[in-house]
Design a protein around this ligand. Structure first.
Ligand SMILES: Nc1nc2c(c(=O)[nH]1)N[C@H]1C(S)=C(S)[C@@H](COP(=O)(O)OP(=O)(O)OC[C@H]3O[C@@H](n4cnc5c(=O)[nH]c(N)nc54)[C@H](O)[C@@H]3O)O[C@H]1N2
Ligand SMILES: Nc1nc2c(c(=O)[nH]1)N[C@H]1C(S)=C(S)[C@@H](COP(=O)(O)OP(=O)(O)OC[C@H]3O[C@@H](n4cnc5c(=O)[nH]c(N)nc54)[C@H](O)[C@@H]3O)O[C@H]1N2
Ligand code: SF4
Ligand SMILES: [Mo]
Length: 686
């Protein structure tokens, strides 16, 4: 449904919808109805005319011969990937008939499963939410990425907001904490480089000697899940050396005496032992943080994928207030800016369609267990239908063998809306071809800057692909949902999403608008917490029976004497993939070559492993085969299994998530991908 005619030859303004903090403004060149080039808009402050390697190849992905171009119906056993084409009419009618019979029994037996394949507010959860709300389907708790850190940040600062990305260029100290921006936040890295040219010191805190760590002045290769211990030791040094801004603390923070008492138990020696690094590194970090004006932290989600992830973010988020770093626009902290502008969810998602019903909430992180649950009075009905869009759970959810077992259930009816025949699509009863960003309308904000962007379609849908919105419109019609909201077109949904206060004219002509936000948001306090202060102590946590102060919460899985799995595994993204997206783009896969496990020389030698050997990574949950890279990117005791390969492109049909667990974080009910002990053994010499 495209209400505006497409031009045959044009440069069309759009936005990159991928799950990336940069949210670039795109310019797509269309020649004779075909997109020939996708470039960054040079006028957009945060894009600066530059895209990452992945999206500069967007036409290759869009016109890939592997694009799904027609609806498919399963003809072979589940997971075999055997399908035959059907018409849209038949697919929609069959799906609606199946859903009707399940819904008649209990609508909560239907589960939507979606995440951020597109972060667009329209192709994300607009028509889809309306559809599931009207149905009364189970609700999905979307926790797979950021909810531990998001909650941690919100308890301390009051919301997902912080420094403005552009002012990192002026900082004199940038601590890059749990993030590899060269790979995952490349436009921020350009800012950090600019600051470095003007004399800033860059410090990286990451168990992996990442591409970014390599280019910083100082690297603290801490053990996974020990960030809070490090932050407490920094606090103690700030106290001991009197590097505190007492005026800021007195005016704008809550609970310093209690926090100080806890911090004072973290001597350099204690933290160095827990973190597995030299005391001198902690001393240098604390000295720099305590004595540099314009000191900034770029905190990111890599460090909150462990049991104590929420508390780690709470602890680190205290540091800028202690030194008054927030007073300067080039000081403070940025983790996410997504609270600065939120879509109008009531109008877009229409939760009112639920009326008096309050369906259960199922956590997307535990989909492996949930699909295998037989149902009970307390838990609710067994899941009988699963509708997947904007996500590839077979590859990205933890504990894959459980996920695969669930998806393989013959009595589970599965529909997958996709661009490609992913691992998840292989298990579908129906696969429905979806449009890409070049083919549909959308609008969205960003979690790395504070602009709002509009995406106009540049080309007609490839093959018979349809936007997610249109697919849910057709399903609503077939289910006889007659509310007018199921007829709203995509451009109108864009307007609904942003609401009346946004200047849509500017969005339309320029492609983006900047949201008003102070240059230094917490220079004079004004934290959006209940107390209006930076809350070291949280009444809201106390009311839930939780520790009101941040703490170091050790990992679930730690190396211990006699324990069979001595190596900690983290699985950060490979640079040229975006989660499991782009793995099937030939030119990008050619750069990444094969699934890799980075392993330190010491650990490799003990196991007779050399670079290029095929190795097995395993624990009680499963095993995963890949190629070894004996590398200084891995510290002793920690292996890095770069993600997230499609299972079917892996060496033994599995990927890293074969060994990760379904345990949850301290706050936010999120996954603990990087809290995972394994053993590694040689399979075959190179
Ligand atoms: N190219 C590319 N870009 C991406 C993505 C991608 O897959 N590929 N994914 C996107 C998504 S979904 C997200 S959420 C963001 C994530 O963005 P970031 O949070 O910046 O994530 P990563 O690049 O994964 O960096 C995480 C870093 O944290 C490190 N790390 C792991 N465990 C710990 C720990 O316990 N403590 C500390 N201090 N560090 C730790 C890892 O080694 C890794 O280098 O990036 C987005 N951008
Ligand atoms: N081991 C391990 N696992 C991880 C992580 C890790 O670091 N390590 N990272 C986690 C993180 S941070 C995240 S965010 C999740 C990401 O998990 P997902 O959000 O599932 O991300 P992707 O793997 O990129 O899969 C998105 C899918 O959506 C499809 N898609 C894109 N646009 C559209 C559209 O417009 N319509 C439809 N119908 N489909 C579309 C893409 O083709 C792609 O297959 O993975 C998590 N899993
Ligand atoms: S993935 Fe990130 S860096 Fe690449 S184009 Fe999209 S928003 Fe920009
Ligand atoms: Mo993510």
């Amino acid at each position: 449904m495209i209400p505006i005619a497409l031009e045959k030859n044009a440069v069309v303004k759009g936005l990159c919808p991928h799950d990336c903090p940069d949210t670039c403004a795109l310019l797509t060149t269309v020649e004779d109805g075909r997109a020939t080039q996708v470039q960054g808009n040079p006028e957009h402050l945060h894009t600066q005319g530059v895209l990452c390697t992945k999206v500069s190849r967007y036409t290759e992905r869009t016109y890939s011969p592997e694009r799904l171009t027609q609806p498919l119906k399963r003809v072979g056993p589940k997971g075999s990937g055997q399908f035959e084409p059907v018409t849209w009419e038949q697919a929609i009618a069959d799906i609606a008939a199946q859903l009707k019979s399940i819904v008649a029994d209990n609508p909560e037996a239907v589960l939507p499963y979606s995440y951020a394949g597109t972060m667009g507010w329209v192709q994300g959860e607009s028509m889809a939410s309306r559809f599931f709300h009207k149905m009364g389907a189970s609700l999905l708790d979307r926790t797979i990425c950021a909810s531990a850190g998001g909650e941690g940040l919100t308890y301390t600062l009051g919301g997902k907001m912080g420094m403005r990305a552009e002012f990192f260029s002026e900082s004199k100290l940038i601590v890059i904490w749990g993030s590899n921006p060269i790979s995952s936040n490349v436009h921020f890295w350009r800012r950090a480089q600019e600051a470095k040219r003007h004399g800033a010191k860059l410090i990286c805190i990451d168990p992996r000697h990442s591409e970014t760590a390599e280019k910083c002045h100082l690297h603290l290769p801490i053990r996974p899940g020990t960030d809070a211990a490090l932050a407490f030791a920094v606090m103690r040094e700030l106290v001991v050396h009197d590097w505190l801004d007492s005026d800021y603390i007195n005016r704008y923070t809550l609970g310093w005496e209690a926090l100080k008492e806890r911090a004072m138990t973290w001597t350099l020696q204690r933290a160095a032992e827990v973190c597995g690094i030299d005391e001198s590194l902690i001393r240098e970090l604390a000295h720099d943080w305590g004595t540099t004006a314009k000191a900034a932290i770029r905190l990111n989600y890599g460090m909150q994928r462990v049991k104590g992830g929420g508390n780690a973010v709470r602890t680190i988020a205290c540091l800028p207030a202690l030194t008054g770093a927030w007073r300067d626009r080039a000081g403070g902290l940025l983790m996410s800016s997504s609270s600065v502008f939120k879509p109008n969810k009531l109008a877009l998602h229409r939760p009112d369609l639920l009326e008096a019903r309050r369906p259960r909430l199922l956590n997307m992180t535990t989909v492996g267990n949930d699909l295998n649950h037989p149902g009970s009075d307390a838990w609710g009905p067994q899941v009988k239908a699963l509708l997947v869009y904007n996500s590839n759970p077979m590859a990205i959810a933890p504990n894959s063998s459980k996920v695969a077992q669930g998806f393989a259930r013959e009595d589970l009816f599965t529909v997958v809306l996709e661009h490609f025949q992913t691992d998840t699509a292989d298990y579908a009863d129906y696969v429905l071809p979806a449009t890409t960003q070049l083919e549909h309308w959308d609008v969205q904000g960003s979690y790395g800057h504070t602009d709002l962007l509009l995406n106009k379609p540049a080309i007609a849908p490839v093959g018979q692909a349809k936007p997610n919105t249109e697919i849910f419109r057709l399903l609503a019609q077939a289910m006889a949902y007659t509310e007018p909201c199921f007829l709203e077109d995509d451009l109108s949904l864009c307007r609904t999403a942003v609401g009346a206060e946004v200047d849509f004219e500017t969005l339309w002509t320029q492609g983006y608008v900047s949201m008003p936000m102070p240059e230094a948001p917490f220079a004079e306090g004004g934290f959006p917490t209940p107390s209006g202060k930076c809350e070291f102590v949280s009444e809201r946590l106390a009311a839930q029976g939780l520790d009101p102060l941040p703490n170091h919460v050790p990992n679930y899985e730690v190396p211990a004497a006699g324990q069979p799995y001595p190596l900690a595994m983290i699985s950060p993204p490979a640079r040229n993939f975006l989660n499991s997206s782009f793995v099937n783009v030939a030119s990008l896969r050619a750069i990444e070559k094969e699934p890799l496990l980075e392993i330190n020389e010491i650990d490799a030698k003990e196991r007779n492993i050399s670079t290029g050997d095929t190795v097995k990574v395993f624990n009680d949950r499963g095993e995963y085969h890949c190629k070894a890279d004996v590398s200084r990117r891995a510290r002793a005791g920690v292996v890095n299994g770069l993600g997230i390969w499609w299972r079917k492109m892996g060496l033994n049909g599995t990927n890293v998530n074969e060994v990760t667990s379904q345990l949850l974080t301290d706050l936010g009910r999120a996954p603990v991908f990087y809290d995972c002990q394994v053993e590694v053994s040689l399979v075959k010499k190179a």
